[in-house]
Design a protein around this ligand. Structure first.
Ligand code: 3HC
Ligand code: NAI
Length: 692
């Protein structure tokens, strides 16, 4: 096996280079290699200073996550961190790409840190349901103070090299990692800069020791949105130990917390989700050697809710985009919405003040479909009717250059039928973004029966480039996301007719960890559109209809399934709604019964799992993990529950099967009949995971 860590000496400077693709994860082999090279460099009398750096695209991006849950391998973290920190010769970490998790922790054990301009530094362990277990919770507060340490450790987001420089986390920004690190090491020697061991230096903690509210306020602000998660709170406790206890004791506390989380169900689910997202990028069954097409120019057709958001996603990633509308007026309206959205973000401080203008400049707004002629990828986001889609695609076929990928953002329509109006069905596919498209990460890539493999790969690669989580799905009504949510909505509606109340149903889902329940969601979207469409189709949904007849159109009307105080978006349960439901049920001759929270959860979520089983059986999703990614990023499924298919495996498929069969009988609802895949797996004692 090639050596993963090598040692070179240029006169008095020893350089230790980690070369362990793809991300230089800190596996046992890398830890052992660094330790071996450190010992050699320390023993070599010619060496006066040591630089630790990495080959390839990044500095060490963390512990090797694939080692978690396996028996610990030597050398232990402690053993090798101590050798670095106790080195009698100055050690400089020289960072490019990402220094994350264990990677940043190693850098913190070094005496100096430098980084390239584009480097990112962070402790993202909480995102895997963990806390930093290599001394990060003890050394980072000593490097940057408790406030920023809490932000980085409890929040998990990395900071830029500039921010690292301003906070004292790094000493300098360098042009290139290896040469820059070596130049800095020479400066350390020339200027006789003293070796700084963070573990012995409490100076940056003095302010917090005098006023602990600096720490508690930072924790309160970072845990505000950590509902249901264990890791952020445990991580905050570990940082608290850095303030209250001597270093060695704090380190012990950190390790206890880390080990506890490592064995927790939440962390297992979060680590599963990390790998599921990455597996979803790998397309199964494509001919060997399939390559994504070169994409230089992108056009989005339609500047409405979705088209505007999609164009913003490109500009947010620094990619220029042509935005096409049918009239000047619509274009102006669409651009206005985009500008206001960015300005509001800038006012909140979530993007820099100059970002709105810079990003607007990346959008080339024009009228008329002939403007797609230079685009390598066109994403259509016009009205959701087959006739309009066909009209637009016929025009795209006329104007777009050969080889351009033509994508539709349709929510439900048949991609292949849309493709049929073109002479290039192989280039047509779906790119189904979620609303608000500038925020939501999910992008379902819909594969039609005639879609070419390289077109598919192109869509996946572009979606990744703009920071989305792409999942390839097959063609069916509603694809994976909408098709799977539908049975849950239907159960929610049925539960109302049996006696549950909207706020009870919503509360069950939010307690489970979903960001909101179906009724709050309905109020936000507006109830009138569905009502009008039902009227058009001659369909009834008596309770929702009664609500709309009473003018309760949702949030915009100040009342819907809930009531709202003027100017507030906070839903308040309304006795009038209960009365209205009662009256409707009396009119229909139905009796309300007491419905338990358990029944609500089981009927809604098990029907989601059941639909997922149908989808897998039909091959609409390639892997259970793909479905989980759809839910994590399309609907905000709680990451500590992994995703609906992972969750089902934990609950037990036989149990789910039995409950579905029970409710199908109890409520006389054939849609709750267990899917045949669920039956097969349960009979064989297997899990959905066995299909991965
Ligand atoms: N361990 C093992 N494998 C890892 C890994 C890690 N820490 N980080 C990434 N990988 C693998 C991915 O699974 C993927 O493998 P694949 O090609 O077989 O699918 C490959 O590396 C490339 O990863 P990405 O596709 O994510 O590459 P990107 O360039 O998009 O992103 C990254 C790179 C920003 C480094 C991203 O991979 C990332 O965020 N990694 C995780 C970082 C992290 O969480 N570190 C903390 C680990 S926990 C820890 O350090 C505990 C310590 O405190 C004790
Ligand atoms: P919208 O009504 O807000 O926007 C559609 C825009 O397309 C309008 O601005 C219209 O002027 C423009 N347009 C129509 N014909 C055009 C043409 N020939 N050339 C250029 N522009 C044209 O609709 P919305 O909500 O953005 O939906 C668009 C598509 O996205 C639909 O297929 C919808 O199903 C899908 N979608 C919608 C989601 C949502 O939550 N709104 C979520 C996911 C997908």
């Amino acid at each position: 096996m090639a050596e993963v860590v090598k040692l070179e000496r240029h006169d008095v400077i020893a350089t230790i280079t980690v070369d362990y693709p793809p991300v230089n994860a800190l596996s046992a082999a890398v830890r052992g290699g660094i330790l071996r090279c450190m010992n050699l460099a320390i023993a070599d009398p010619k060496v006066k200073a040591i630089v630790l750096t990495c080959a390839g695209r990044t500095f060490i991006a963390g512990a090797d996550i694939t080692e978690f849950g396996k028996p610990p391998q030597s050398p232990t973290w402690d053993e090798f961190m101590v050798v670095i920190e106790d080195s009698p010769k100055p050690v400089v970490a020289s960072i490019h790409g990402n220094a994350l998790g264990g990677g940043l922790e190693v850098a913190l054990a070094c005496h100096f840190r430098v980084a390239t301009e584009l480097a990112k530094l962070g402790l993202p362990e909480v995102k895997l349901g963990l806390l930093p277990g290599g001394g990060g919770t003890q050394r980072l507060p000593r490097a940057v103070g408790s406030e920023l340490a809490v932000k980085m450790i409890v929040g998990g987001d990395p900071i830029t090299a500039r921010e690292a420089l301003n906070s004292g986390l790094i000493a300098e920004i360098v042009e290139t990692a290896a040469a820059g690190g070596q130049a800095f090491a020479r400066k350390v020697l020339a200027e006789r800069l003293p070796i700084r061991k963070l573990r012995d230096d409490d100076s940056k903690l003095a302010a917090t020791k005098a006023d602990r509210s600096i720490f508690t306020n930072a924790v309160a602000s970072m845990t505000r949105r950590a509902r249901g998660l264990e890791a952020p709170f445990a991580a905050a406790d570990a940082v608290g130990a850095a303030i209250d206890l001597p270093f060695e004791e704090g380190l012990k506390k950190e390790l206890e917390g880390f080990n506890k989380l490592l064995g927790s169900d939440q962390s297992k689910a979060q680590r599963y989700a990390f790998f599921a997202e990455r597996a979803a990028n790998k397309l199964a069954g494509l001919p060997e050697g399939t390559k994504a097409r070169q994409i230089e120019r992108v056009a989005v057709v339609g500047a409405g809710t979705m088209g505007g958001g999609i164009a913003m996603s490109f500009a947010n990633a620094g990619v220029s985009v042509t935005l096409i509308e049918s009239t000047e007026e619509q274009l102006k309206r669409g651009l206005g919405t985009i500008q206001r959205t960015w300005e509001a973000s800038a006012a909140r401080g979530s993007i820099p003040a100059d970002a709105p203008a810079k990003r607007m400049a990346l959008i080339n707004a024009v009228v008329g479909l002939s403007n797609v002629k230079d685009a390598d990828l066109v994403i259509e986001a016009v009205f959701e009717t087959m006739a309009v889609k066909k009209e637009v695609f016929a025009q795209l076929d006329k104007y777009a250059k050969q080889g351009a990928v033509l994508a539709s953002n349709t929510s439900y329509l048949d991609i292949d039928e849309i493709a049929s109006v073109t002479d290039r069905a192989q280039d047509v596919l779906g790119m189904h973004f979620f609303s608000p498209a500038n925020v939501m990460k999910l992008c379902e890539i819909v594969r039609g029966p005639r879609t070419a493999p390289d077109a598919l790969m192109t869509a996946v690669s572009v979606a990744r480039q703009i920071g989305k989580a792409p999942v390839v799905v097959g063609l069916c009504h509603g694809f994976v996301a909408n098709r799977m949510y539908d049975p849950a909505f239907k159960q929610a509606d049925k539960l109302l007719f049996e006696g549950a109340l909207p706020h009870q149903i919503d509360a069950v889902l939010t307690k489970f960890g979903m960001p909101m329940g179906p009724f709050v969601m309905g109020d936000m979207a507006g109830l009138d559109i569905g009502w009008l469409s039902r009227k058009d189709r001659g369909v009834k949904s008596e309770i929702s209809d009664a609500l709309c007849e009473a003018g309760r159109f949702g949030l915009k009307a100040g009342k819907g399934w809930y009531k709202y105080e003027p100017g507030s978006r906070a839903p308040i349960p309304d006795p009038d709604v209960e009365r209205l439901i009662d009256q409707t049920l009396i009119r229909l001759g139905r009796k309300r019964r007491a419905i338990s929270d358990e029944e609500i959860l089981e009927r809604m979520m098990y029907s989601v799992v059941n639909e997922g089983a149908h989808i897998l059986d039909e091959g609409i999703a390639a892997r259970p993990g793909d479905i989980d990614v759809v839910w994590l990023y399309g609907f905000g499924w709680p990451v500590y529950r992994g995703g609906p298919m992972y969750w089902a495996d934990q609950v037990g498929l036989t149990h789910i099967l039995d409950r579905l069969a029970f409710y199908a009988k109890q409520t006389n609802d054939p849609s709750l009949e267990p899917a045949s895949l669920l039956k097969r797996l349960a009979a064989q004692g297997k899990l959905f995971a066995s299909l991965a």
